[in-house]
Ligand binder design. Structure first.
Ligand SMILES: NC(=O)c1ccc[n+]([C@@H]2O[C@H](COP(=O)([O-])OP(=O)(O)OC[C@H]3O[C@@H](n4cnc5c(N)ncnc54)[C@H](OP(=O)(O)O)[C@@H]3O)[C@@H](O)[C@H]2O)c1
Length: 201
């Protein structure tokens, strides 16, 4: 079983931790203020989720990154080379409304994040639902909530896809970063923020 770290313990990082905790999957959760500041949150999540430093979270086999777009350089700066480990980019180039979206010059935002995590095999996922849907049980709405994912490394995508399925979501491989990830990147991606649910065919 791959070890899991989460950098960012806010709405989405916390929602991911909650989904992992539901299945008793171990993960190290981190933020900018240090493990002590996460004591209350991890107590609500159960014994498999522990608070750690950013560096501890970043050392795991699968590292979720879930900080605001403008916080990414600080959250990822100075970390060692990822050496082929997996980074899951849950971020969008957005700020909280009414602040405007961030101009990424027409690029797939995950290609910019990839440049901040040298040596990582990056998969974009867990970024296209509102927090309330990302945190909810994947079977709440009468089927399995759909989670899109995209990446350039087939094996990394398979690993993340398997985790998505294990959590009870219906994973859909959208292809690569350049084309596929744009379809569910906010703002602009046509698949963003819809609560798609897969029912039995
Ligand atoms: N909220 C949503 O509904 C939603 C939906 C889809 C996608 N997203 C995307 O998900 C990402 C996270 O959004 P969010 O709403 O979860 O943000 P959030 O609630 O503001 O939480 C951000 C988290 O990042 C941590 N952080 C910031 N700088 C850090 C650093 N240098 N090192 C370690 N941790 C750091 C913060 O820790 P401290 O509090 O200690 O600073 C906080 O735990 C964003 O890119 C957003 O676009 C959000």
């Amino acid at each position: 079983m791959s070890s899991i770290g989460i950098i960012g313990a806010g709405e989405i990082g916390g929602a991911i931790a909650r989904q992992l905790a539901r299945l008793h999957i171990a993960a190290t959760l981190s933020n900018s203020r240090g493990p002590e500041s996460l004591r209350e949150l991890v107590a609500t999540l159960g014994p498999t989720i522990t608070a750690g430093t950013r560096e501890e979270a970043a050392s795991k086999d699968i590292v979720f990154v879930s900080v605001g777009w403008l916080r990414l350089p600080a959250a990822l700066g100075g970390l060692p080379d990822f050496g082929g480990r997996i980074v899951v980019d849950t971020n969008n180039p957005m700020q909280r409304p009414p602040l405007p979206p961030i101009d990424v010059g027409g690029r797939a935002s995950s290609s910019i994040v990839a440049e901040m995590v040298p040596g990582a095999r990056l998969v974009k996922a867990f970024n296209h639902h509102f927090e309330r849907n990302m945190a909810a049980h994947p079977a709440r709405d009468g089927g399995r909530r759909v989670l899109f994912y995209a990446g350039d490394d087939v094996a990394a995508k398979a690993t993340v896809g398997a985790l998505i399925e294990r959590l009870g979501f219906f994973g859909v491989d959208m292809g690569d970063i350049e084309v596929g990830s744009r379809t569910f990147q906010a703002p602009g991606g046509p698949l963003i923020a819809h609560n798609f649910v897969r029912t039995d065919p």
